[in-house]
Ligand binder design. Sequence first.
Ligand SMILES: C[S@@+](CC[C@H](N)C(=O)[O-])C[C@H]1O[C@@H](n2cnc3c(N)ncnc32)[C@H](O)[C@@H]1O
Length: 381
Amino acid sequence: MTDSTPFEIFLAVPPGLEPALAEEVAQLGFPAPVIVAGGVTFQGGWPDVWRANLCLRGATRVLARIGSFRAMHLAQLDKRARKFDWAAVLRPDVPVRVEATCKASKIYHAGAARQRIEKALRETLGVEVLTGPAAEDAPEDMSELRLKVRIEDDLCTFSIDTTGMSLHKRGHKQAMAKAPLRETLAALFLRQCGYDGTEPVVDPMCGSGTFVIEAAEMALDLLPGRARSYAFERLANFDVPSWDTLKKAAPARETPLRFYGSDRDAGAIRAATANAERAGVSGVITFQCHAVSDLQRPDGPPGLVMVNPPYGARIGDRKLLFALYGALGKTLAERFRGWRVGIVTSDPSLAKATALPFLPPAPPVSNGGLKVTLYRTAPLP
Ligand SMILES: C[S@@+](CC[C@H](N)C(=O)[O-])C[C@H]1O[C@@H](n2cnc3c(N)ncnc32)[C@H](O)[C@@H]1O
């Protein structure tokens, strides 16, 4: 693979959100995105890989499919893996971890396949291969470089995880409240509510501030990945000047819009305020500590109320939550005429307890192992 040959780029997303991500991919000008299970693919080159990591709000990670060949048995896998031009992508001084899967293939033993690739990497490139338990939660700058080997229908495909730590780690959420929503999910839920950075957003149970920070960044045209590092920075073909140019190519803009986050928990408000400051968006967000029943409609044009109330499976007692959802629905119906509402919860009967006029719900999506659903309204009557 040379730098100018397009290859397949796979953008991972939680199942159910593929169409929302495909929309974002097309909007950012990546060519002909295709929806597949668990992601979106398009054909591109390395600058597209860097830009996808830097600019996409909804993708969880970006895989570069760096090559493939047929392999009917382990000896053939071994031989072809040794001929592969690893040096075009991997550096001998950057350790790599190999992960292998086999499906519907004559080579059915993933462990044996992985060992062949590891040996080929050691002996042809001279790179250290990481084995043993993976360091899932290692700090960002220590995240491991991963080569994924997939053997399906006797076709062996190599993909490099160009992202490293998941893209929901934007780099500014160091202060956590209870049960935070992933930034990637928050961004796609905002998109599914028709949010495009041109309206105010209110979150009356904002926790660590995820929705309002994402929305403010969108309004200010701040790139989601501007404050973090990536696995691709340690690949052989990484080009620092081109990357610097890419990061500078999209200057932030100003916005007259305001964003409002509130929560009854003072610790959550402290965390949200610190996160917004780190993200550089505190100038357009007002955080206040109060209960949802004290929420007032902001002056100015209507916009979007986006909220992720507690749900029983993680925090609080489900039965006690019915009253809370009821109070939320009542407050919004009485004070937020003309605003749209998006509610993210794991429990359909809690959503129903708001008595808000929801449109048909989006498919459920996994947020850190728990299924959540987005319930949306049209502008409230
Ligand atoms: C699931 S968490 C929200 C997480 C948030 N989306 C984030 O990403 O960090 C629910 C939040 O609702 C807040 N909360 C619970 N009852 C409330 C009430 N009556 N009024 C305001 N906030 C409330 C909790 O303090 C908690 O921060």
